[in-house]
Structure formats: structure tokens, C-alpha cells
Design a protein around this ligand. Structure first.
Ligand SMILES: Cc1ncc(COP(=O)(O)O)c(C=O)c1O
Length: 399
């Protein structure tokens, strides 16, 4: 066959498509960059047994396409969990299973955003959400935060500024539990305030609660969804953090009319029924004990990271002390550029993600997110010590 020159798609791409360059999965020797859970605590045996049971019972249903909203029995389990853990009173029909919560977030952004619309986020925000917002042409603006969450005065003034520009804020996106990347959990008072202020401006809230189960200490704070009975709070959750990212299962909770619009952006013929069957069977009897086991392991790693930061960074930096989740937020003095240093650090063996990657405005070059989920506690300790040595060698940390 004659070899032809490659077909040229350049004039065909939609205006909203942007090239996403998929780098190979690079890992530094000490990898604090990736947001992975602990491979040792994945419930592989439990999932395998559950899959076998579920397939014996209803495997033949795999011959059919699943219902668009996803396996009803798993949605039932989610509704019970949300009632038990998050004070949420929602029915099976208010829940749609998605391919990870990332898909739920993306569908909601698509359903609510036209190019140029203003979307609000916390000062630093989960990269996947930021990318999806930008993909739909949103004007993303951030609201300042402290250790308790969104700062009400800044939320109010941001909303007032946007209103004065004659623009509409389509929604506020928040990660109120173990925020990615900042690590804090929003206090009850701030949740109340946030709902009050956004309510004044008629702005919905998208509550991303994907880390809420990873609590090692302290008290749960009730969901924002439970504090509203008007349907103004949309909610997403995930099985990635309590089972595994590889199962690609998450969900959204929204009023029917929003679900119907969001579903117009759902591709792929429902969610993976094979994974949903295994997770549902597993969840029935084993989810809570598994979460406990996983949190026991994560607590040790978090402690290892905080201790190592204290030993190796002392007064030269500040860092968050999360009560759960996967991340510690490191803040160096203003004149330190961890963005410029990221590649060098990676090449010398320590991976992190610098603050600018999470900031809608590209701020935070002196900050970094350190994920303690994947490495062992010993590796966390060694890695932080190594990071300090690398930083010292290059004058990033003054010894
Ligand atoms: C805050 C937040 N939301 C959503 C997601 C998406 O996760 P998944 O699509 O695996 O549920 C992540 C992933 O790290 C995240 O950090």
C-alpha cells in the first residue's frame, strides 16, 4: 500500500478543544506530586470476592446497557451513606453515577457555563476542575482562604465586583473537606456564611466532598448540601478516595432539571456496570471497615510528613496540619520560587506540584502541595529529608 501523508485535522477542531499533551507517568524517587492513595491498602481481595458474588448473581445483565443514571443498587447505597454521614436527605433518583467525580464536575460545568461566564473557586483549587472550567471558556476567579476556608469578606467583595461588571457568577465551586490542595476543612460557621452570601447574590454552590471520608482526627462538619433545602447546592462525591481511582466511579446529586441538562453531556452509555457491581457488593458489608483501615494507615503517613517537615524545615517554612485527606500545603518565604525549581527537584529525586498549578491567577510560586498518600511512612520521612537537602544545596532552603 502506498504511504500517504498524515491527514491534517487543523482546520477541523472545535474552538473549545485544546491539545492535552499526555506525558508519560513520570515518578520521582520520592513522589509527593501525584494524588494517589496507598496501593497497600487497596481492598483487592474484597473487591475480587465481591465481583465473583455479584457476577454469579447478576452477571448476565452485563449483556444489556446499564441504565443511564447507573446501577440502582449502588445509588441506593450512596443515598443511605449520604443520609448517615452527610445529613443529606436524597433519593435514588437524585443521584447519577459517573465515571469518577471528575466526570460529574465536568458535566455540571458544561451544563452551566457559556464562554466568558464567571465561575468562582477557592484560592487554590483541584487541577482537574480548573482545567475543565477553562475548557468551557469560563472566566475563573478565586476567593481568598484561611485555615477555616473561604474568607466571607473576600467572597462578598468578589461577588460585588463581578456584579458591578454587569456579569453573572454561574456558581461557586468548593472542596470543603480536606481541601485539595490546601488541606483545611471549612468550619461550620464559614459554611453557613458562604451559603448566606452566595444566597444573597443568587449563586449556586457546587460542593465537592470527595475527601470527606478520609478523616483521621477531629469532628465531621455537616455538608453544605444539608443546610439548604432549595436545591441551590449541587454535590459530587467519589469512590476514588475510598476504594481506588482505577474503579472510575463517582456521583452527582442535583435537582432533576439540572441532572437532565447535565446528562446531555454524559458520553459512553452509562457508567461501568462491571465496576459498579463489584463496588456495590463490596460496599454493603465492608466499606466502613475498609475506610477505617485506610485512614489508620494515612494517619501514620501524615504524622511522618509533619514530623519530617518540623525536623528538616523548622522555621524556614510553614505548612498546613490537615485532620485528614491526602495533602500538606507547604509555604516558603515569598522570594522562593518553587515553580522554577520544580523540574530540578524532580530530576534530583523529589517530586511536588508548585502552587501556581492550582491557582486560577497563577499565584503561589512559593508554595507546594505535598501528597503523603502513596509512599510508605518511612519513604515520606526520607523524602522530606531529601527534599530539604536538595533545597539547601540550591539555596532554596537557607541552612
Ligand atoms: C477535589 C477533587 N475532586 C475531584 C477529583 C476527581 O476524582 P475522581 O474523578 O477520580 O473521582 C479529585 C481527584 O483528585 C479531586 O482532588
Amino acid at each position: 500500500m502506498a504511504t500517504s501523508s498524515p491527514f491534517n485535522y487543523n482546520s477541523l477542531y472545535s474552538q473549545l478543544s485544546v491539545p492535552v499533551v499526555r506525558g508519560e507517568n513520570r515518578h520521582a524517587k520520592y513522589d509527593f506530586a501525584v494524588a494517589y492513595p496507598d496501593p497497600e491498602t487497596l481492598p483487592l481481595e474484597g473487591l475480587a470476592d465481591s465481583l465473583k458474588v455479584a457476577l454469579e448473581r447478576e452477571g448476565k445483565d452485563l449483556a444489556l446497557y446499564p441504565v443511564a443514571a447507573g446501577l440502582p443498587a449502588l445509588r441506593e447505597w450512596v443515598a443511605e451513606k449520604l443520609a448517615r454521614d452527610r445529613n443529606m436527605n436524597v433519593g435514588v433518583d437524585d443521584i447519577v453515577l459517573t465515571s469518577g467525580s471528575g466526570e460529574a464536575i465536568s458535566m455540571l460545568i458544561a451544563a452551566l457555563t457559556d464562554p466568558g461566564d464567571v465561575l468562582l473557586t477557592e484560592e487554590y483549587v483541584y487541577l482537574g476542575t480548573l482545567r475543565a472550567m477553562r475548557r468551557f471558556g469560563a472566566d475563573v476567579r478565586s476567593v481568598k482562604c484561611d485555615d477555616e476556608g473561604l474568607i466571607p469578606e473576600d467572597l462578598e467583595s468578589t461577588l460585588a465586583t463581578v456584579a458591578a461588571e454587569g456579569k453573572k457568577v454561574k456558581f461557586l465551586y468548593t472542596i470543603p473537606a480536606f481541601q485539595n490542595p490546601l488541606g483545611w476543612t471549612m468550619s461550620l460557621e464559614r459554611r453557613v456564611k458562604t451559603l448566606e452570601i452566595t444566597g444573597k447574590y443568587g449563586v449556586p454552590v457546587l460542593e465537592d466532598d470527595c475527601y470527606v471520608d478520609l478523616r483521621f482526627e477531629g469532628e465531621d462538619v455537616t455538608s453544605m448540601h444539608s443546610m439548604d433545602d432549595s436545591g441551590r447546592v449541587l454535590y459530587v462525591g467519589s469512590f476514588s478516595k475510598i476504594v481506588a481511582p482505577g474503579v472510575r466511579l463517582g456521583y452527582m446529586v442535583a435537582p432533576q432539571e439540572v441532572i437532565q441538562r447535565a446528562m446531555s453531556f454524559k458520553g459512553g452509555g452509562g457508567v461501568n456496570q462491571f465496576a459498579a457491581l463489584a463496588v456495590q457488593e463490596f460496599a454493603k458489608d465492608s466499606m466502613y471497615s475498609h475506610i477505617q483501615e485506610q485512614n489508620d494507615s494515612l494517619r501514620v503517613k501524615r504524622d511522618a510528613m509533619l514530623a519530617a517537615l518540623g525536623e528538616n524545615f523548622g522555621d524556614a517554612a510553614q505548612w498546613s496540619k490537615p485532620e485528614g485527606g491526602l495533602y500538606v500545603w507547604l509555604e516558603m518565604p515569598e522570594d522562593i520560587d518553587l515553580a522554577a525549581f520544580q523540574e530540578q527537584s524532580f530530576n534530583e529525586g523529589v517530586g511536588y506540584y508548585n502552587g501556581t498549578m492550582f491557582s486560577p491567577e497563577g499565584r503561589g510560586a512559593n508554595c507546594a502541595r505535598l501528597c503523603f498518600g502513596h509512599p510508605t511512612a518511612e519513604t515520606v520521612s526520607e523524602g522530606v529529608a531529601e527534599m530539604a537537602r536538595i533545597f539547601e544545596r540550591h539555596g532554596v532552603l537557607k541552612g
